[in-house]
Design a protein around this ligand. Structure first.
Ligand code: AP5
Ligand code: MG
Length: 214
């Protein structure tokens, strides 16, 4: 199944994708994670993306579209995948359609996670991430066993540079202006499933898997 997980920053796209990956064994393709790993490795793409990401702005379409095109041609995507954080503009959605058409493939469902802004800020400011294995935590809602250390791989957790209240406001503004219209793009195809993202992680996951079945 080819899926898109859609929603504002902090809605739980990454958290829910990791739960589904564990159950379905299809890869999670997080454009934010791929960009961050390019930055860590000091690639040209990482350098180009850096200033946009740290300001909370979207990275230019052409950079992200090429990156996803390359990733989707990997063998592990043949049985399906979860796109997490892509497409984020209508131009990206159109480019994705063109790419999939060439592969005689298409998106099956778009899950739209809805969460109110006040909860988003609380989730984002408390998030901690593992730069080594990609596991996600929250200081209150999903605390690691040992503070600041990843349960999965033992590496030190870090706080993303764009995970401040000030940057979240910028990211929410980007979402409202550039990303929210993408949902309408898919809605007309009847493949959008709205999922209430408020509640415990497992509760939301239950709603999400129900929505995927219908
Ligand atoms: P990206 O990394 O995609 O960030 P985002 O979209 O802002 O989304 P987040 O990762 O912040 O949120 P999430 O929905 O994954 O939430 P999570 O599950 O972690 O992008 C970063 C940047 O890269 C962008 O700003 C842009 O610059 C660039 N970029 C990326 N893709 C791009 C694209 N396509 N085009 C252009 N630029 C692009 O949850 C958040 C927190 O809440 C965690 O701590 C989690 O533990 C907690 N939590 C989750 N669910 C629950 C729950 N049910 N209850 C309690 N806590 C919860
Ligand atoms: Mg994420």
């Amino acid at each position: 199944m080819n899926l898109i997980f859609f929603g504002p920053p902090g809605a739980g796209k990454g958290t829910q994708a990791q739960l589904l990956v564990a159950e379905c064994k299809i890869p999670q393709i997080s454009t934010g994670e791929i960009l961050r790993s390019n930055r860590r490795e000091g690639t040209a793409l990482g350098a180009k993306a850096e200033t946009f990401m740290d300001r909370g702005l979207l990275v230019p379409d052409e950079l992200v579209i090429d990156m996803v095109g390359t990733r989707l041609s990997d063998k592990d995507c043949r049985a399906g995948y979860i796109l997490d954080g892509f497409p984020r503009t209508v131009a990206q959605a159109v480019a994705l359609d063109e790419l999939l058409e060439k592969q005689a493939s298409s998106i099956d469902k778009v899950v739209v996670l809805t969460v109110p802004d006040n909860l988003i800020v609380e989730r984002i400011v408390g998030r901690r991430s593992c730069g080594s294995c990609g596991a996600g935590y929250h200081i209150e809602f999903k605390a690691p066993v040992v503070e600041g250390v990843c349960d999965e791989c033992g590496e030190e957790l870090y706080q993303r540079a764009d995970d401040t209240e000030e940057k979240v406001r910028v990211r929410l503004n980007e979402y409202d202006h550039n990303t929210a219209p993408v949902a309408a793009y898919y809605r007309q195809r009847g493949i959008v499933r709205e999922v209430d993202g408020v509640g415990g992680m497992d509760e939301v996951y239950g709603r999400l898997t129900d929505a995927l079945e219908h």
